[in-house]
Design a protein around this ligand. Structure first.
Ligand code: BG6
Length: 476
């Protein structure tokens, strides 16, 4: 029996990717190097030394990929633009050949009835800007980012209606400046909070530019939101969860929505001498920018417990796919992460929690009263291709089904959800986990040897999502 759909008629059933993870063609048609093109060449930085030189060759196969989307019935495709295709050195003359690639991509999507969702920045900063002024650590990046964005706004005015400003600022900043797992590979919290503040100013400036240019459409950041729980009702653990939510979530989302940093966190950072330097006019700028939606990348929740001032610090992440290999982690004096006994985990130790996305949507709706675009959600797992080229990813179907059901419930309760982009459309290169951690509806014959045939095969989840889209989420 088909149930009644809980989703609005024009709901954007989508899927996502990012330039560096799919395109390849890293130096074609005048593209300049990005910080990732350099970083992956440092020995030991990525799983088995993988890089995005070729990735899944979407640059040359985008028409084939879009044909698969069309056949599936996809309503929206979120992709990112590589800044260094447009400006090989970050600024200066537009590289027309680079821009043309995205013009063709967008036209192809539109011709096939698929709404493009364009991410301006998914981590591939021009290397030239990193070298010249240390990228996000200099206020000079604000002007360059706005200038780059304005070129895209003009090029796609009236064609692209959904824009994502920064993808997961919380991730690229923390991975880049606290964990040294992303470029520029720094461990320095003072520099981290400063770079983050500058990224906030850049984000606000781009949103303001979009509105000043009276762009038809909507723009917002995509935040990697991991809702925080307390392990139990021990008040000390509840406070730890509040600390985690303030430090790891409100520290970004409050700035996006209101232009304010959480008070307790600023005090905490000031005490340690790592608070960002805020100049005259900064807060006014942050307050003036109004995102049209909150973009949310949701994968998991985090459960927290009390962590004394001399307690646990940052532990190692699991990037090998060996279940249980991630280390204990926390912020001394604030919280530590503990295993949630009520949920299952992936082989990369990510907690599987569909109710968490329901909670995420409710919290964001209550706190910010903004529409929400789910810009990523998905399951990274080992997939096996059979001798008949089939991929029976029932575990992924279950993950997505449970999350979509939870989103439907949140919509019924009044959350304004514009769309849902799964991560990812095709299999792609995971920044730190190579190709063995797969996310796509479409299997790509590519692995860590980077010598695969690059052939595409539809997984079982491809057909499942097709049905979901046809029934507008009524038949999961
Ligand atoms: C998000 C990113 O953090 O999660 C994606 O926006 C990324 O680019 C995805 O690939 C999944 O993460 P991972 O580490 O499993 O590839």
């Amino acid at each position: 029996m088909t149930e009644q759909s809980k989703f609005p008629k024009d709901f954007l059933w989508g899927s996502a990717s990012a330039a560096y993870q799919v395109e390849g063609a890293w130096d074609e048609d005048g593209k300049g190097p990005s910080v990732w093109d350099e970083f992956v060449r440092i020995p030991g930085k990525t799983f088995k030394g993988t890089n995005g030189d070729l990735a899944v060759d979407h640059f040359h196969r985008y028409q084939e990929d879009i044909a698969l989307m069309k056949e599936q019935g996809l309503k929206a495709y979120r992709f990112s633009v590589a800044w260094t295709r447009i400006f090989p050195e970050g600024r200066g003359e537009v590289n027309q050949a680079g821009l043309d690639f995205y013009i063709h991509l967008v036209d192809e999507l539109i011709e096939n009835g698929i709404e493009p969702v364009l991410t301006l920045y998914h981590w591939d900063l021009p290397q030239a800007l990193q070298e010249e002024y240390q990228g996000w650590e200099s206020r000079k990046v604000i002007e360059d980012f706005v200038n780059y964005a304005a070129v895209l706004f003009e090029a796609f005015r009236g064609k692209v209606h959904y824009w994502v400003s920064l993808n997961e600022q919380n991730i690229f900043i923390q991975m880049g400046y606290m964990l040294a797992l992303h470029p520029p590979g720094v461990v320095d919290q003072k520099r981290m909070y400063q770079a983050n503040h500058i990224a906030n100013l850049a984000n606000a400036s781009v949103i303001n530019k979009f509105h000043e240019m009276q762009m038809p459409g909507k723009i917002g950041p995509s935040f990697a939101y991991t809702p925080n729980y307390a392990i139990d009702s021990n008040p000390e653990n509840v406070l730890a969860a509040e600390n985690a939510e303030d430090l790891m979530a409100h520290y970004w989302m409050d700035v996006y929505a209101w232009g304010e940093y959480p008070i307790a966190i600023m005090k905490f950072l000031e005490k340690q001498g790592i608070a960002p330097t805020i100049e005259d006019g900064d807060m006014e700028l942050l307050r003036s920018a109004k995102p049209d939606f909150m973009g949310v990348n949701y994968y998991q929740t985090a459960t927290n417990a009390f962590n004394p001032i001399d307690g646990v610090g940052q532990g190692k992440m699991n990037t090998t796919g060996k279940k249980g290999s991630s280390e204990e982690s926390g912020v001394p004096g604030m919280y530590k992460k503990v295993a949630n006994p009520f949920v299952d985990r992936t082989n990369w130790d990510w907690e599987i929690d569909p109710t968490g996305i329901h909670i995420a949507l409710r919290r964001i709706t209550s706190r910010y009263r903004l529409p929400i675009l789910i810009t990523e959600n998905g399951l990274g797992e080992y997939d096996k291709i059979t001798a008949d080229n089939e991929i029976h990813d029932d575990y992924r179907i279950k993950y997505l089904k449970d999350h979509v059901a939870a989103i439907g419930d949140a919509i019924e309760e009044g959350c304004d959800v514009l769309g849902y982009c799964t991560w990812s459309y095709t299999d792609l290169l995971s920044w730190l986990n190579g190709y063995q951690k797969r996310y796509g509806f479409v299997y790509v014959d590519q692995d860590e040897t980077q010598e695969g045939s690059l052939k595409r095969y539809k997984k079982d989840s491809y057909y499942w999502y097709q049905r979901v889209i046809t029934t507008n989420g009524a038949n999961l």
